[in-house]
Design a protein around this ligand. Structure first.
Ligand SMILES: [Ca+2]
Ligand SMILES: [Ca+2]
Length: 448
């Protein structure tokens, strides 16, 4: 009988132990079992500035999201079901965001770890990352300003490979609210690969119903799509020459990819990488098919320790709005500050890249981001023949007329009158030589 009682107690102890084990197991596994279903909210990847202008990244595959520049991506990591490498870009943060499906409460658990300790990276360029965890409340169809969940997670710098862990509990949310983890490059994005876990556990209020949320996520209007394999598509043309006169490039397989190229060596315009050639600039030209307003911005990223740099410019109808000699030795991003421009149908916006005043091409490959955002359309003519607004050159001599080249032309080249004089002189000299030769031959024949 005593034995039987002992057995019952043992059975209870084992059962209790098992319950305790499973409870603790659930606690440990909390981050990995969250936010898997749509009723728990949706997860998104953004690029830009969560407190300002940001865009939705596009899905490249089941485990990779991208934006326009090569360095920007969010990639699933193998080490856990929800870990992801939020690699920041040269021009904005890479952001993982969660959207609340209804009124309720959330717990957020996670961590961020740099894959490499920035203090010991070879080359000495690495400067770590900064992370922010912020919420944007959704009220009356619009998003309010981003507010950090805690001040210490606002631009928190991470320089070594020790993980930073965070846990927020009982955050009150309404349908549509966004909570996001942003990773910023903190200077440059060398060695900024990281492993982020950002798991959300949502508990809906008992009285709350799932809201019908729209696709609006507070994202800015995306820039007018600015790269394709077709001249004129979305208003964009790819050319070489000068801002005033140019020739269109051809789409060919060169330097490891299909991209726009001229017949000069190493001159091409890729998705974001471009390289100019000699005295002919690379030109990305956009022709408006509407009267209205656009916002224009961009950036040039150079990473080289040789050459005299390249000359980047921005023009509206041939008038220079911005120019910069990008000649820093090392890695540097030159921002083209955003500005609004009133445009008419047929107006041109040109982003140019030249080799510089000495036409030295060494180290002139750059990454060039060229953004044009449509702000306001008053009157659009979609069928506008944009080709007819191009300023195409008749030949190569016709297009050697960039702003920097024009100085050289003024200093070193000849006027039309001088050119005619030289041609006439040359013709006369050759004619005289031929005449003298014939005369000499005739005399020789007479002597024979
Ligand atoms: Ca960095
Ligand atoms: Ca150069």
């Amino acid at each position: 009988m005593v034995k039987g009682k002992r057995l019952i107690w043992c059975a209870f102890a084992v059962l209790f132990g098992l319950i305790a084990f499973f409870c603790s197991f659930k606690e440990v596994c909390f981050p990995n079992i969250l936010a898997e279903t749509s009723s728990k909210g949706e997860l998104y990847y953004f690029y830009g500035d969560f407190s300002g202008r940001y865009f939705k990244m596009f899905k490249n595959s089941d485990s990779l999201w991208r934006y326009t520049d090569y360095d920007t991506f969010a990639q699933a990591e193998i080490e856990s079901a929800t870990a992801v490498n939020l690699h920041p870009g040269n021009y904005g943060d890479t952001i993982k965001a969660w959207r609340s499906p209804a009124k309720g409460r959330v717990n957020i658990a996670g961590s961020v770890r740099l894959k490499s300790n920035a203090n010991f990276m070879e080359g000495g360029n690495a400067d770590g990352i900064k992370i922010s965890i912020e919420m944007r409340k959704f009220e009356e169809g619009r998003y309010l300003e981003a507010v950090p969940l805690e001040p210490r997670y606002s631009g928190c710098e991470i320089l070594n490979d020790v993980p930073i862990e965070f846990l927020f509990t009982d955050i009150y949310v309404n349908a549509g609210d966004l909570i996001a983890l942003s990773v910023n490059k903190n200077g440059n994005n060398d060695g900024d690969g990281n492993t982020c876990v950002f798991d959300v556990e949502f508990t809906k209020d008992e009285s709350a119903e799932d809201a019908q949320l729209s696709e609006f996520l507070g994202c800015s209007v995306a820039p007018i799509r600015n790269y394709s394999n077709e001249q004129g598509k979305d208003g964009w043309f790819y050319a070489f020459g000068s801002v005033k006169k140019y020739s269109l490039m051809n789409w060919r397989y060169v330097y490891g990819a299909y991209q726009w190229t001229s017949h000069f060596p190493y001159q091409f315009i890729g998705q974001t990488i471009m390289h100019p050639s000699g005295k002919f600039d690379n030109l990305k030209i956009w022709i408006s098919d509407f009267d209205g307003k656009v916002a224009v911005s961009g950036a040039v990223s150079r990473s080289s320790t040789e050459g005299d740099g390249s000359l980047a410019g921005l023009y509206h109808n041939g008038n220079m709005l911005w120019q910069e000699t990008c000649d820093y030795y090392g890695k540097k991003v030159y921002d083209i500050p955003e500005r609004e421009i009133n445009v008419k149908k047929g107006d041109s916006i040109i982003f140019s890249l030249g080799t510089g005043p000495k036409y030295d091409e060494v180290g002139d490959s750059v990454e060039f981001i060229t953004n044009i955002f449509c702000v306001q359309i008053e009157d659009q003519e979609s069928a506008l023949d944009r080709f007819s607004y191009l300023s195409l050159a008749e030949n190569e001599a016709d297009m050697s007329d960039t702003s920097i080249i024009s100085e050289d032309i003024q200093n070193n080249c000849l006027t039309t009158g001088q050119t005619v004089g030289i041609i006439a002189g040359s013709v006369l000299t050759v004619g005289l030589a031929v005449f003298v030769t014939i005369l000499a031959v005739n005399r020789k024949r007479k002597k024979q």
